[in-house]
Design a protein around this ligand. Structure first.
Ligand code: PEP
Ligand code: MG
Length: 580
């Protein structure tokens, strides 16, 4: 009997389907001498044609499922494969040097990639990424290695992979991909966050799923308890079908709260907002009854493509979100690239510690054209709704002041051009670095609001990489150190009459919610799918009762003590749909 595989419950729901192994194949190219030149050239032509027809198919699929802009990436790839400037030198090398096709291709492609990468012109730099991508495809065909494409899956499956990047996740076809399981990652890795917004059940950080499960094996993925059952018996399948039905029934019960405001049992109002990654997520925000958007992660607009989005493209996206929310607040976070969110086409150097590196606001203050284009698009969109802007990864007051000054400068520039900009945009910041939590009293004098980003605040406070399943035991949201920092931030903001939200995953966590209510958090922003469960939970809680015990909780010595206390005293019944 196979043992169950345990991991981290990353996105709730239950899936029963066959495993689909998604491999990130490493391609090793070796040089060999060939004697039959014509045959080698024919082999190259064949691989080229197969790659082209595959790309045509992917382009069609992307066009239908993901829209024109994603399809354009593959159109560009097709052009590369038809370019005689690339293809002829490869054939020439095979003929003149009597070498194998994959070696000739690799050498010629490397030369072009180098050449394009060192050019100043952004457009030319992007061609390097195209060449890298397409040559990988042709080499894979020459070597007889399959390159799986997650957007092309056409039967119901559960994906198993070592890791999924956020852009892999964005490409998953929800109709067929019923869930995913990874070896690495944590609950706050961005692929996990995206799975929640796409409502795809997921278990991450299993360490060994790719070793233990072979392609095609039947699996049950339990995204509620973080468990995988391999090759289940008929009896287990029917148990899980019942659990799935109970989960759906609870969701239907919560749906009755969709148009209700959020009040605690003793009449205290809080705002429940949702986190989004793309304009398409607004639909789920409305369906799940969120009162606003507390975090729009704009970096997803920059991902899954091969060049920067233009000001116009960004303007359209921000406008769509603001209009879609119909006057409700929308907190847009400026570009937070770095950590597990990479943009290959920026060609940023690899860093030893990407989560502590040249990223987010640091990058934006440095490479200002990136930042200014985004701010212009945001300011232009501001007249279409209730926009609030916040900056990510603020560590120092100078950074906040610098970013705000650029925002104001761009506002003046637009006004000088005769373009209308709203006068009531609030400007706030994420509190996700301990220095800004500790200095919250001083920041509070200058910001309009704070949004506490606990995903990062926890990793930086406990020095535990949020992506690393081996230190996930140290990644403790209920650690008294975290609760104390949250309290400091809320107190400091309220003293200055400013509001405080939380947009880290902790805001939708059933153990954290009572604590955050008691600490006086004003806005809770979470995955849209957690909103109704949170509303239901808050209606059972008395803020006054929690306030009476909050000092006791903050003097507890461990996260475990805190959790046990909350579960025993404040959580009436466990929710199936919420994060646990
Ligand atoms: C956070 O750090 O809590 C946050 C919301 O930002 P992200 O998860 O995108 O880093
Ligand atoms: Mg963050």
């Amino acid at each position: 009997m196979t043992k169950d595989i345990l991991g981290i419950a990353a996105s709730s729901g239950i899936a029963i389907a066959k495993a689909f192994r998604l491999e990130n194949s490493e391609l090793t190219v070796e040089k060999t001498a060939v004697t039959n030149i014509d045959q080698e050239v024919a082999r190259f032509n064949q691989a080229l044609e197969t790659s082209k027809s595959e790309l045509e198919e992917i382009k069609e699929h992307a066009h239908k499922e993901l829209g024109e802009d994603k399809a354009a990436i593959f159109a560009a790839h097709l052009l590369v494969l038809s370019d005689p400037e690339l293809i002829n030198p490869i054939k020439g090398k095979i003929q003149n040097e009597q070498v194998n096709a994959e070696f000739a291709l690799n050498e010629v492609a490397a030369m072009f990639i180098d050449m394009f990468e060192t050019m100043k012109n952004e457009y030319m730099k992007e061609r390097a990424a195209d060449i890298r991508d397409v040559t990988k495809r042709v080499i894979a065909h020459l070597l007889g290695v399959q390159i799986p494409n997650p957007s092309m899956i056409s039967e119901e499956v559960i994906i198993i992979a070592e890791d999924l990047t956020p852009s892999d996740t964005a490409q998953l076809n929800r109709q067929y991909v019923k869930g995913f399981i990874t070896d690495i990652g944590g609950r706050t890795s961005h692929s996990a966050i995206m799975a929640r917004s796409m409502e795809i059940p997921a278990v991450v950080g299993t360490k060994t799923v790719t070793e233990q499960v072979t392609h095609g094996t039947l699996l049950i993925l339990d995204g509620l308890d973080g468990k995988i059952i391999v090759d289940p018996s008929a009896e287990t399948i029917s148990d899980y079908e019942r659990k799935k039905a109970a989960y759906e029934a609870q969701k239907a019960e919560y749906a009755k709260l969709v148009n209700e405001p959020t009040f605690s049992q003793d009449g205290h109002h809080v705002e429940l907002a949702a986190n989004i990654g793309t304009p398409a997520d607004v639909k789920s925000v409305i369906e799940n009854g969120a009162e606003g958007i507390g975090l729009y992660r704009t970096e997803f607009l920059y991902m899954g493509r091969d060049k920067l989005p233009t000001e116009e493209e960004q303007f359209e996206a921000y406008k769509a979100v603001l209009e879609g929310m119909n006057g409700k607040p929308v907190v847009v976070r400026t570009l937070d690239i770095g950590g597990d969110k990479e943009l290959p086409y920026l060609n940023l150097p690899k860093e030893m510690n990407p989560f502590l590196g040249h990223r987010a606001i640091r990058l934006c203050l440095d490479v200002q054209h990136l930042f200014r284009t985004q701010l212009r698009a945001l300011l232009r969109a501001s007249v279409y709704g209730n926009l609030k802007v916040m900056f990510p990864m603020i560590a120092t007051l100078e950074e906040f002041r610098g970013a705000k000054a650029i925002l104001l400068e761009e506002k003046q520039n637009l006004e000088a051009e005769g373009i209308e900009v709203s006068d009531s945009i609030e400007v706030g910041m994420m509190v996700e670095i301990p220095s800004s939590a500790i200095m919250a009293d001083l920041f509070a004098k200058e910001v309009d609001f704070f949004s506490i980003g606990t995903n990062d605040l926890i990793q930086y406070t406990l020095a535990a990489d949020r992506m690393n399943e081996r230190v996930s035991y140290l990644y403790q949201p209920y650690h008294p150190a975290i609760l104390r920092l949250v309290q400091m931030v809320i107190k400091a903001a309220h003293k200055e009459g400013k509001w405080v939200g939380m947009c880290g995953e902790m805001a939708g966590d059933e153990v954290a919610i009572p604590l955050l209510l008691g600490l006086g958090l004003d806005e809770f922003s979470m995955s849209a799918t957690s909103v109704l469960a949170a509303r239901s939970q808050i209606s059972t809680l008395s803020k006054a009762d929690i306030e009476a015990v909050i000092d006791t909780v903050l003097t507890m010595t461990t996260a475990e003590e805190v959790e046990t206390f909350i579960r025993n005293t404040l959580i009436k019944s466990q929710s199936l749909t919420m994060m646990k």
